[in-house]
Design a binder for this molecule. Structure first.
Ligand code: MD3
Ligand code: FE
Length: 231
């Protein structure tokens, strides 16, 4: 598993956050999750549950239920608004992308036990010209990404560790990617172990940019809120 060349448009910033920065971010996220608890999304059509638990911060949040994937302004179970993006997270976005418009959504993924995420594309955003910024906290994970926006091609594996930041833009923005495994007990950052991944996104079209084709929008009730997991 050579630390091969990353696809163009990717930047891996290992150790971007030091331990105190990581702890401050986790504290801010605990407050957010108290207001917007993790829920278990289900796959469109089949209703198969994800192994990852999710919540969001920001004016919009990404959800998945039997009717499809979409961004929406409210929590699918509580119906309340998503909490604001914590200042510590906004700061990371601004440092990485000083020219970009503000992020509107931050999807928070919690990996516990055998949770993983299959290869997929992120294309529910209209602003595909704006990169996605990912922050890893807690246990290390194997991240896999295709070299091109097609399924089935070769993938590169990159181990992501607590405090790493990854920026996905340009030609890699539509590449297939996923988390093939999480290495249990490789970090003591989170109470109860596991891994948190935060992905900051611009969702709606940016003035002056040509819009990209967007996915469908639908409304329907969603999955359940699990017992609030402490982290
Ligand atoms: C490449 N999350 O939330 S972060 C996701 O670690 C997601 O939880 C994984 O894939 C995780 O959608 C991987 C890395 C990532 C995030 C968004 C991307 C890579 C990306 C968007 C486009 C290309
Ligand atoms: Fe993704």
């Amino acid at each position: 598993m050579a630390e091969a060349t990353l696809p163009p448009g990717c930047r891996h910033l290992p150790g971007f956050l030091d331990r105190p920065d990581q702890e401050a971010l986790v504290s801010a996220l605990r407050l957010a999750v108290a207001a917007a608890p993790f829920f278990t999304p289900v796959m469109p059509r089949t209703g198969k549950p994800f192994s990852v638990q999710m919540t969001n911060v920001g004016s919009l949040g990404w959800v998945s239920d039997v009717s499809g994937y979409r961004y929406q302004p409210s929590h699918p179970v509580t119906g309340g608004p998503w909490p604001a993006i914590p200042a510590e997270l906004l700061q990371i976005w601004r440092t990485c992308l000083p020219e970009a418009p503000e992020p509107q959504a931050c999807l928070v993924n919690l990996y516990r036990g055998e949770a993983r995420m299959g290869l997929h594309q992120d294309r529910d955003e209209q602003a595909l010209e704006v990169p996605v910024v990912s922050v890893s906290l807690g246990d290390s994970a194997m991240f896999r990404m295709s070299a091109a926006p097609q399924r089935g091609g070769p993938t590169t594996g990159i181990r992501l560790e607590s405090g790493d930041v990854f920026v996905f833009g340009g030609e890699s923005r539509l590449n297939f990617h996923g988390i093939s495994r999480v290495y249990a007990e490789t970090s003591d950052l989170l109470v109860g172990g596991g891994r948190l991944n935060l992905t900051l996104r611009r969702v709606t079209a940016v003035a002056g940019q040509r819009p990209h084709a967007s996915g469908s929008v639908a409304a329907s009730p969603c999955s359940s809120v699990g017992r609030a997991p402490d982290f």
